[in-house]
Design a protein around this ligand. Structure first.
Ligand SMILES: Nc1ncnc2c1ncn2[C@@H]1O[C@H](COP(=O)(O)OP(=O)(O)OP(=O)(O)O)[C@@H](O)[C@H]1O
Ligand SMILES: [Mg+2]
Length: 258
């Protein structure tokens, strides 16, 4: 599926009811099977944009169009947030099955689908564990499995790994790429971590500070896997330095305001 964000703006009501512009005239596309990462300083409207693409918020101006669905139906969108939001009273298996309860699958197909996704994210053996019995990384895996099990046409992720420690985060990024290659979903991923963006993205959209606008869009011309290998390191770092130079001024100003 392809997503077109066309001249989208968003205003919120400020404290005194006055309109506060969060985003202005944002244009971008997520092509079929493309992994697009949104980066930008805190408060630039990344989550706002993601939530509008996911249909959780309405744009104040412009439009968001989903194109290229094969059947005549509404697109299904899978969203993974920073806080996974697993049901604490349900096991891993039953959390993943949750999204399938309304589906047309037979009970046997449903069980098979749940099992396949548990294996995909490496949680075999933890089917009957409750969320509080899992580590943060495992909870994120369960959340990703639950989202992928509904077979979304579009995957949206909002800083899914930012609550994890650095090592777990690195492992989860690798894991995400491995999983992503088996599904190849059109993906929009939000992070403020530049290394993470360069590690994951086909293209990076850099947003400028409030009101968020598209500052630049870069294609990352590195092999999809192994971007952190020695032979890619200098180009990897060049991309990171370039993106940092684009957002540095904005980020410093944002910091002074907080
Ligand atoms: N419900 C709301 N009501 C009023 N203003 C809001 C609301 N949600 C967000 N905003 C404002 O809109 C702007 C963009 O917020 P948003 O959460 O999209 O930023 P972000 O880029 O995701 O930030 P972060 O990197 O910190 O997560 C901010 O200035 C924020 O204060
Ligand atoms: Mg956010």
């Amino acid at each position: 599926m392809r997503v077109v964000v066309d001249q989208v703006g968003k205003q919120y009501a400020g404290p005194a009811g006055n309109p506060v512009a969060a985003l202005e005239n944002v244009c971008l596309t997520v092509e079929e099977e493309e992994f697009v990462v949104l980066v930008g300083p805190s408060g630039c409207g990344k989550s706002t944009l993601l939530n509008m693409v996911g249909g959780l918020l309405a744009p104040t101006s412009g439009r968001i169009v989903m194109e290229g669905l094969r059947e005549d139906r509404d697109p299904s969108v899978g969203i993974v947030f920073q806080e996974v939001g697993l049901f604490p009273w349900r096991t891993v298996e039953s959390n993943i099955a949750f999204g399938l309860e309304e589906s047309t699958l037979t009970p046997a197909e449903r069980r098979e689908c749940v099992q396949r996704h548990i294996e995909l994210v490496g949680l075999s053996g933890f089917e009957n564990s409750y969320p509080h019995q899992l580590s943060g990384g495992m909870r994120q895996r369960a959340g990703i499995a639950r989202t992928l099990a509904i077979q979304p046409d579009l995957l949206l992720m909002d800083e899914p790994f930012s609550a994890l420690d650095a090592q777990t985060r690195t492992l989860m990024q690798e894991e995400l790429l491995r999983i992503w290659e088996t599904h190849r979903l059109s993906t929009l991923y939000v992070t403020h971590n530049i290394q993470e963006a360069v590690y994951l993205a086909d293209r990076i959209v850099v947003l400028s500070r409030r009101p968020g606008r598209v500052n630049s869009i870069l294609s990352i011309d590195l092999p999809r896997r192994g971007r952190d290998r020695a032979e890619n390191l200098s180009r990897f770092n060049e991309y990171c330095d370039h993106i940092w130079s684009l957002i540095r001024k904005d980020a410093e100003e944002a910091l002074r305001e907080v």
